[in-house]
Every structure is written in structure tokens, then in C-alpha cells.
Design a protein around this ligand. Structure first.
Ligand SMILES: NC(=O)C1=CN([C@@H]2O[C@H](COP(=O)(O)OP(=O)(O)OC[C@H]3O[C@@H](n4cnc5c(N)ncnc54)[C@H](OP(=O)(O)O)[C@@H]3O)[C@@H](O)[C@H]2O)C=CC1
Ligand SMILES: O=C(O)[C@@H]1CCC=N1
Length: 272
């Protein structure tokens, strides 16, 4: 597999780091980006081939990962369309909100497209990615896409593209919800007299420990919560306050808002 990244920013850097750490040779990775600083940072991650010509990259590889900002996707796709039609690589797009049909229209022909939604913990190889393949993607190309995204964490396929909007709401935006909860817990700890440093360390270690336990556990997270909650104890008091405040409904409402916004973004980008 020869893999080319168009756009060599944060996400490209993290995926390249994951690929190399998982045994892919840097000599099989290309990246193109007009930003010389971005390319220099990538070369610090691994000795990949770098350049500024997106079309030259396409002639070298059989998998192209589009990792530019969503708003740039149309102009980049129109520019590489002829080369993609000639060389027929698998196209993997990680841009939020760019529908595979829009991308296929811009590229022309019948391109094999995998659209995916990763998240920022990919930067520390603990990402969660949802993937969708259009009808042109072969079984071998699906395996290639899985291999690439699994290099930076969990990678799960969804059956239809609309489900990527739900993936965006759950795991794409998800790290921000947990960061918000951590911010709130740290602030509450400080308000109760802990130093900022202690409130922060206790909060972060608790988040890490809870996540590790949840992933390793053979019971669901509801049961893990009940095991912390002693009858008439401290946790019960706090949980009751959160439940009475409508936390579950608030989360349902918030995630539905994110899902609807993902739908809106796709329509906005289609029209650009
Ligand atoms: N960060 C996140 O939380 C997530 C990001 N994504 C998606 O990943 C994609 C990349 O995000 P991220 O890595 O954070 O963005 P970055 O801005 O870090 O990287 C994008 C890179 O593309 C470069 N670029 C600009 N124009 C071109 C061009 N014509 N050809 C090639 N490269 C170009 C940019 O250069 P310059 O800086 O000079 O503009 C920049 O180096 C986005 O589409 C985003 O939606 C998906 C899930 C999560
Ligand atoms: O907030 C956003 O729109 C993007 C998509 C998922 C994470 N960040």
C-alpha cells in the first residue's frame, strides 16, 4: 500500500505517526501541502516523501487521504480530478461534513470513496473513527481503509452515510463533552478549597481511570456507576442532583443538535 496525504496538518501528522508506529514504512508514505512549515513538521514525525504538488502525489500512490479543511475540499478535488480518473486510487476523506456524493461529483468518473469521521484523540493513538464506503469501494480497499484508521485507534464501519452524522455527534465532537465535564469538575473542586493543581490532577486521573475501567469491564457503564453509588452515600446525593437537573435529556438534546448541524454543514458545503 502506497499512501498519499493531501493536506499535511494535525490529522495527517497523527495518522502518519500511527502508521509508522504500526510498521508501515515511511518510504511508502507521501504528503503534499503548500505550507512548508507543515511539511517540515511531518518530516520530524517520519521520513515521508513531501512536496507541494497534489497531482504529482497522485501518480505515486494507490490510496489518497484528503486531509484539508472542508471548505477547501471542492477546489482541491476539482484540481486533482483528472489525475484521480487516470490513476484510480482509493480516496479516503476525513473532512467533516463533505458528502461522498459531492466529492464524487467534483472528482468525476466513478471514484472509490471512503468517508470517515475521526476525532482528535487520534493525536495520541486513542482515536475513534466511523467509516462509510461508497459502492465503488472493493473489499480489499475497505481493508486498506481499516488498516489506516486502526493505526490511530478504533475504526468502525457504518451501513449508511447518514449515520456518520450521528458518529460526528457521538465521537467526532465527543471529546469536547468530556473536556467540558472535566472543566466543571475542576472548577467545583477549586470552589471547595482544593488547589488548582490538585483539582486538575484528581479530575484527569479520575477520567482516565473511569474510561479504562469502562473499556476493560464485562458489565455496562450503568452497572459500574451503581457500584460506586453506596446507598444513602455521597455519590447517590450527587447523581440525584444531576438526574433531577435533567442531565440525560440535556445530553440527548445536545447530541441531536450536533447531528442536525452535521446535516446542515453537508448542505452548506455542497452549495459552495
Ligand atoms: N481536528 C479535528 O478535530 C478533526 C478534523 N477532521 C478533519 O480533518 C481535516 C484536517 O483537519 P486538521 O488536520 O485539523 O487541519 P490542518 O489545518 O491542521 O491541516 C490542513 C492542512 O492542509 C493544508 N492545505 C491548505 N490548502 C491545501 C491544498 N490546496 N493542498 C494541500 N494541502 C493544503 C493546510 O495548509 P495551511 O495551513 O497553509 O492552510 C494545512 O497544513 C479537516 O477536513 C477536518 O474537518 C475530522 C475530525 C476531527
Ligand atoms: O466541531 C466540528 O464541526 C468538527 C467535527 C467534529 C469535531 N470537530
Amino acid at each position: 500500500m502506497k499512501i498519499g496525504f493531501i493536506g499535511g496538518g494535525n490529522m495527517a501528522s497523527s495518522i502518519i505517526g500511527g502508521l509508522v508506529a504500526s510498521g508501515v514504512s515511511a518510504s511508502n508514505i507521501w504528503a503534499s501541502d503548500p505550507n512548508a512549515d507543515s511539511l517540515a513538521k511531518l518530516r520530524e514525525v517520519a521520513a515521508v516523501h513531501t512536496g507541494s504538488d497534489n497531482n504529482a502525489l497522485i501518480s505515486q500512490v494507490n490510496v489518497v487521504i484528503l486531509a484539508v479543511k472542508p471548505q477547501l475540499m471542492k477546489v482541491v478535488a476539482l484540481d486533482i480530478a483528472a489525475a484521480v480518473q487516470t490513476h484510480q486510487p482509493l480516496i479516503i476523506t476525513i473532512a467533516a461534513g463533505v458528502a461522498s456524493a459531492s466529492l464524487a461529483t467534483w472528482l468525476g468518473g466513478s471514484p472509490a470513496i471512503v468517508r470517515c469521521m475521526p476525532n482528535t484523540p487520534a493525536l495520541v493513538r486513542s482515536g475513534a473513527t466511523g467509516l462509510y464506503a461508497n459502492d465503488q469501494v472493493s473489499a480489499a480497499q475497505r481493508r486498506q481503509a481499516s488498516t489506516i484508521l486502526e493505526a490511530v485507534g478504533l475504526a468502525l464501519w457504518v451501513d449508511n452515510e447518514a449515520q456518520l452524522d450521528a458518529v460526528t455527534a457521538v465521537s467526532g465532537s465527543g471529546p469536547a463533552y468530556f473536556f467540558l465535564v472535566m472543566e466543571a469538575m475542576q472548577a467545583a473542586g477549586r470552589d471547595m478549597g482544593l488547589s488548582a493543581e490538585i483539582a486538575q490532577q484528581l479530575t484527569l486521573q479520575t477520567a482516565l481511570g473511569a474510561a479504562k475501567m469502562a473499556v476493560a469491564s464485562d458489565v455496562d457503564v450503568g452497572e459500574l456507576r451503581r457500584r460506586v453509588t453506596s446507598p444513602k452515600g455521597t455519590t447517590e446525593r450527587a447523581i440525584n442532583i444531576l438526574e433531577d437537573g435533567g442531565l440525560r435529556q440535556l445530553f440527548a438534546h445536545a447530541l441531536e443538535g450536533a447531528r442536525v448541524r452535521a446535516e446542515e454543514l453537508a448542505i452548506e458545503l455542497e452549495g459552495e
